[in-house]
Write a protein that binds this ligand. Structure first.
Ligand SMILES: [Zn+2]
Length: 265
């Protein structure tokens, strides 16, 4: 029994990517559209890896990943487009991916946005709204308006970057609904569609708060490349590092990892 129970999901996992791309009769509520998560795009402090390395990718490493998307004609789509597809309202191009950035650090504006623009890629930025126009390490509202005009999207990462499993009542409401109202006032209604859970923390009360606030969906941290409407309040994602192997496995499963340019003869 154990043996059979473990084989069936394996077969499903192998067959499903083909079905998702080619079978128009497949239910639209289970799609492999990886949501990639980035944080800081900036040089390593002192040129050395640090404890925060998993949240900081060097600009040249990020550029190499975006170049891979462009060279392999892997299209980027918005989270709205993914939700439309999950709801059966639209078909996404083959191999589509979603790019997201958490925290609203201005290094994303300087080191990621120009690369995205260069390749005609789109991404969604999730700031926690307290930092805007206050802390020079973060975007200003004007800078967010500029990137939205350039085809990028913005969503909420809360007010103070608080875990939804650690607050309740008015505090949870302020994080989820309050941040959404600020985004609406500063950037317009199009910035109020998605929530990204700080620290990836999840809670039933968080799901409820996000739904009640009027968001369309919410992004969790980790979980893989597949999503369905059943997890629209906890959309699975893949955390990105400098590893091209992990990147290629996410965006083009089955492809071999390219040889890093630095060591190519
Ligand atoms: Zn965060």
């Amino acid at each position: 029994m154990l043996h059979h129970a473990r084989v069936a999901p394996l077969i499903a996992a192998v067959a499903a990517p083909l079905l998702a791309q080619s079978a128009p009769t497949r239910a639209p509520d289970s799609l492999r559209v990886p949501i990639l998560v980035y944080h800081n795009i900036e040089p390593w402090p002192g040129g050395k890896p640090t404890a925060a390395l998993d949240l900081t990718m060097r600009p040249e490493a990020f550029a190499a990943q975006m170049r891979y998307l462009a060279e392999h004609k892997i299209p980027t789509v918005s989270l709205d487009a993914l939700l439309d597809a999950l709801e059966g309202k639209r078909t996404l191009p083959p191999n589509a991916v979603v790019i997201t950035f958490d925290d609203g650090r201005v290094n994303q504006l300087h080191n990621a946005v120009p690369v995205l623009k260069q390749h005609g890629l789109t991404a969604t930025f999730f700031p926690f709204v307290h930092a805007m126009d206050k802390n020079p390490r973060y975007f200003t509202w004007a800078q967010f308006r500029d990137v939205m005009a350039a085809g990028m999207s913005v969503g909420s990462h809360g007010v103070l970057h608080v875990r939804v499993d650690k607050v309740t009542g008015a505090k949870l409401h302020e994080e989820v609904t309050g941040s959404r109202e600020t985004l609406r006032a500063k950037l317009g209604a199009s910035a109020t569609a998605f929530y990204s859970y700080p620290f990836g923390a999840l809670a039933a009360a968080g799901d409820s708060a996000v739904r009640a606030a009027g968001y369309r969906g919410a992004r969790a941290y980790g979980g893989g490349a597949w999503n369905s409407l059943a997890n629209r309040w906890r959309l699975r994602s893949i955390s990105m590092t400098e590893s091209m192997k992990n990147f290629v496995a996410a965006v083009q499963p089955g492809a071999t990892t390219p040889t890093p340019r630095a060591v190519r003869k």
